[in-house]
Design a protein around this ligand. Structure first.
Ligand code: B12
Length: 223
């Protein structure tokens, strides 16, 4: 069983979706993340083990390499695509409650801002790390976020901004979240955002890359 899950992890790290894919060249003809997930399920492997031993270690390697500048955005997206394709097969197990998420994260790009490429990558990395992400999209205000926190009983919010103007809107959003909800962690990011800015608006965390946020949540929210 472990051999299949190790191969699965490698497929996710290398971005190998399925056996028909030509990518990566050195894995041509080999099964991909989709077939290996199917095989593991048909052999009776628990969906939770497929997630924990197959998906998560592969995506962790990708997140760490990206953080260290050893790989670049296209490679992260290719790995995320392999993971998402295989994740489709695990969806019924999440829905039935057989797999437990680590928790829910509400994510959005703040009011006035339409940039969502970075936010979507953070979402994929968090999902790859076992978190459920409720994605509110772009141009999101405090009311919408607070509504989502309450509806989903979420304890974490991730906010993205790419403009020096719209990052100022994070201040009011954080203030409202803190005054209208209880014990909700707010993590912010995006190219113009800094740790000093995060501290100045009372956000709980700032990370310049998705893996930083994932490591922080895994540590902070582990039971
Ligand atoms: C693509 C892009 C666009 C696209 C956006 C498409 C989309 N769907 O996102 C379009 C064309 C729509 C666009 C529009 C505009 N843009 Co624009 N855009 C860019 C561009 C080229 C790339 C941004 C990007 O996607 N980067 C790649 C992603 C992966 O990086 P990232 O977002 O930083 O995310 C990473 C980290 O920051 C972090 N992260 C991000 N969010 C979060 C959240 C959390 C919680 C965490 C932990 C981490 C995290 O993780 C990500 C992965 O590592 C940048 C220039 C540049 N090279 O950065 C300009 C840029 C951001 N845009 C800019 C501007 C000015 C505009 C416009 C105002 C232009 C105009 N005059 O109309 C409009 C604004 C529209 C609006 N209201 O938002 C300026 C901003 C300048 C400033 N100081 O504010 C930039 C810097 C270009 C420039 N040099 O002038 N833009």
């Amino acid at each position: 069983m472990n051999e299949i899950l190790q191969q699965l992890s490698l497929c996710i790290e290398k971005g190998r979706v399925n056996k028909d894919s030509n990518y990566p060249a050195d894995m041509k003809g080999m099964p991909g993340a989709v077939e290996l997930t199917q095989q593991a399920l048909s052999e009776g492997t628990l969906a939770q083990d497929i997630l924990n031993i197959g998906f998560l270690p592969g995506m962790k390697i990708v997140g760490d390499k990206f953080k260290d500048g050893k790989i670049f955005l296209p490679e992260v997206l290719i790995s995320a695509r392999a993971m998402s394709s295989a994740m489709e097969l695990l969806k019924p197990y999440f829905q039935s409650g057989e797999i437990n998420y680590k928790g829910k994260v509400i994510m959005g790009t703040v009011a006035g801002d339409l940039h969502d490429i970075g936010k979507n990558i953070v979402k994929m990395v968090l999902e790859g790390g076992g978190w459920q992400v409720v994605d509110l999209g772009i141009n999101v205000n405090a009311e919408k976020i607070i509504d989502a926190i309450n509806t989903n009983s979420a304890k974490v919010v991730g906010l993205s901004a790419l403009l020096t103007t719209t990052m100022q809107n994070m201040k009011e959003i954080v203030r409202k979240i803190k005054s209208e909800t209880k014990d909700v962690l707010v993590v912010i990011g995006g190219a113009p955002v800094t740790k000093a800015f995060a501290d100045s608006i009372n956000a709980d965390g700032y990370f310049h890359d998705p893996q930083g946020m994932l490591d922080y949540l895994n540590k902070k929210m582990s039971k």
